[in-house]
Write a protein that binds this ligand. Structure first.
Ligand SMILES: [Fe+2]
Length: 633
């Protein structure tokens, strides 16, 4: 009976045993499986300070474009994000060791491609840019020669820029920092001359540190979330999937984050509904970046060439900024002024170049105009001065005046030459003047001799000379030529020196032989004078003074243009004076008879212009001989 009772109580017991076994099994199961089997996937994300891409917000939490993107993806994928703060370098180390699952803001390079795993669609596009203190004068890569450039430690910027610097053959000292804020602060404090960063950080922070962007930008960059090399490929795949979705939607977190964290428009705005268009635009953007880089390289290369030209120019050069201080100079300027760069840079142009004379309004340099050339005095270090010719012109790229170039040249040699030439010219003038006086004295002496030899012609030649000179002036002949006419007239009868005085002073009519003898005096005068060196045709004028325009004169019967103008003038003056004077063989006929002869011979024996000038002098300008016509005989 008891055993039956016992067996009857077994089913509840077995049930309890089975329940216990089930409980133990479940406990064991719970113990054997990971506790997070059903928990959210934890993704550890490194972050560092590089705003606005990623940084620590005032709340202490990560913020920025990369933070917004990964938070959105995590939410969609059900990931639990654990952000791990550090420097950029620490982030890379952690990623390499697998201590974090993602590191944002990593530019793809071949080397990094071997160390890390990258998704396909870039999270951001950027480029590198150099920023410097305002007014530093750093505009192009060659300007960085000898400068200290702050960079982020182990950054791709340093690696690529170092290669560019070596290509240019420049010497640049890199000063490394663990974050960009420290690097920017170093430039602001003067511990570095420029900082190399990405366009996002630079544009976002330059004003806060009183820096300005330079024209030095290069290397279009694609930025990704990098994962450890052997990490779960689902993570990069998920990032790609959501990035593509976000980029197709202009209202997505992606674009709102870019709009929030960047003040500049996003250059890679892809229309959302057409994947092919998006791909095309992305390609064009990348291509544009590459071309931009190529043009920049070309521009930098040109800038380098200009810099070489500036440095090696054969004239002195100063470049002054808008504040008037000298920012750059060249070797020739230093040589001319006997100065070192350190003596000049940061000083005013006026400290070294002092303008000679008064500054003219036209010398003002505006952004549209050059100054006129001016002479100045260069102050040398040893206290001496050097004469300079200078010109100033503005540097106005895009119409904005950035400063001025002062170009100057040592003209001490030129000044010495000018002084020497001036001295030679003065000496020459003295010699010419002395020679002129000498010719004139010779002519006057000859005239005196002539008059001493033939007292009957006393005063004739002098009066003819005065009238001839007056006619020459009346005809508009230049003063020098009129003087030559006057001098020639003063000795026009010098050939009579060879005629016996008895014939010259013979009262009554001359015989044919006597007359022919007298007619030889022009040729005799020519013979006498041709041995005297004078700078005009004195002998020939004397030879022609009895020639007539119609060929009726003597001794050669010349006519028209064969007769020199000086001889034509003397012919008229001689006739007027001779007719109005007394002759040994006749009484003077008077001035009116003489002028009547001139009028009647106008266009025949006498040149019309000479005859007209003579008549005007007497009839309109009251010309009179100074003394009464000489009485010959
Ligand atoms: Fe004569």
């Amino acid at each position: 009976m008891g055993s039956i009772r016992s067996r009857q109580s077994n089913p509840p017991f077995r049930m309890r045993v089975y329940g216990l076994l089930l409980f133990v099994f479940l406990i064991l199961c719970a113990a054997c499986f990971p506790t997070d089997l059903f928990a959210a996937k934890i993704v550890r994300v490194g972050f560092y300070e590089n705003s606005p891409k990623i940084f620590t917000a005032e709340s202490g939490l990560p913020a920025g474009i990369f933070a917004d993107i990964i938070r959105y993806i995590a939410e969609k994928e059900g990931w639990e994000l654990r952000f791990v703060h550090g420097t950029w370098s620490q982030g890379l180390d952690r990623l390499e060791k697998g201590d974090i699952d993602l590191m944002p803001d990593v530019a793809y390079t071949e080397a990094r491609g071997k160390l890390f795993s990258f998704h396909s669609d870039p999270a951001l596009y950027s480029w590198f840019q150099v920023f410097s203190r305002r007014g530093s004068g750093i505009r192009s890569i060659p300007d960085l020669d000898g400068k200290r450039v702050a960079v982020l430690y182990r950054s791709i910027q340093q690696e690529i820029f170092d290669r560019i610097i070596r290509d240019f053959g420049l010497s640049v000292s890199f000063v490394t920092f663990s974050d960009f804020e420290s690097a920017f602060q170093a430039v602001a404090n003067g511990k570095a001359d420029a900082v190399l960063t990405n366009r996002f950080f630079g544009a976002h922070h330059m004003r806060a540190y009183n820096l300005e962007d330079t024209a030095i930008s290069f290397n279009p960059t694609r930025l990704f979330f990098a994962a450890p090399r052997d990490s779960d490929p689902a993570i990069p795949a998920a990032i790609d999937k959501h990035l593509r979705e976000m980029k197709r939607n202009p209202d997505s977190v992606y674009f709102s984050s870019l709009a929030q964290w960047t003040s500049s428009p996003v250059f890679m705005v892809i229309p959302t509904w057409l994947k092919s268009t998006a791909t095309l635009l992305a390609f064009l953007t990348l291509l544009g970046g590459i071309l931009s880089f190529a043009f920049k390289r070309q521009a930098d290369s040109r800038a380098a060439e200009l810099t070489r030209l500036f440095d090696n120019a054969p004239m002195g050069l100063f470049f002054s900024g808008r504040d008037g201080t000298i920012k750059r100079t060249n070797a020739e300027a230093l040589r001319m002024l006997g100065l070192e760069s350190a003596d000049i840079l940061g000083e005013k142009v006026e400290d070294f170049i002092r303008r000679s004379g008064k500054r003219d309004e036209k010398d003002a340099v505006t952004k549209e105009s050059f100054s006129s050339e001016f002479h100045a005095e260069g102050k040398r270090k040893d206290g001496t001065t050097v004469p300079l010719a200078c010109i100033v012109f503005p540097l106005t790229p895009s119409g904005k005046m950035l400063g001025t170039y002062t170009v100057f040249q040592d003209i001490s040699l030129q000044a010495a030459n000018e002084k020497r030439i001036g001295s030679i010219i003065r000496e020459l003038n003295r010699t010419v003047s002395a020679l002129k006086k000498s010719w004139e004295q010779t002519v006057l002496v000859l005239a005196s001799l002539s008059e001493v030899r033939d007292p009957y012609t006393s005063g004739h030649q002098r009066r003819v000379a005065r009238l001839a000179a007056a006619i020459a002036c009346e005809m508009g002949m230049e003063r020098r030529k009129a003087r030559q006419v006057e001098l020639a007239a003063m000795i026009h009868d010098i050939g009579k020196i060879e005629i016996p005085s008895e014939i010259l002073s013979k009262p009554g009519k001359l015989s044919d032989i006597e007359y022919r003898l007298i007619q030889t005096h022009p040729a005799a005068g020519h013979r006498i004078l041709q041995t005297i060196e004078v700078p005009w045709a004195l002998a020939e004028i004397i030879h022609q003074h009895h020639e007539r325009m119609d060929g009726s004169g003597y001794p050669r019967g010349l006519s028209g243009s064969d007769i020199l103008m000086e001889a034509r003038i003397i012919a008229v003056a001689d006739t007027v004076e001779a007719m109005s004077s007394h002759r040994p063989y006749r009484a003077g006929k008077g001035i009116e008879a003489a002028l009547g002869e001139v009028a009647s011979q106008r266009g025949k024996g006498f040149a019309p212009d000479v005859a007209d000038a003579c008549l005007r002098l007497f009839r309109e300008k009251e010309f009179r001989f100074d003394e009464e016509p000489g009485r010959i005989g």
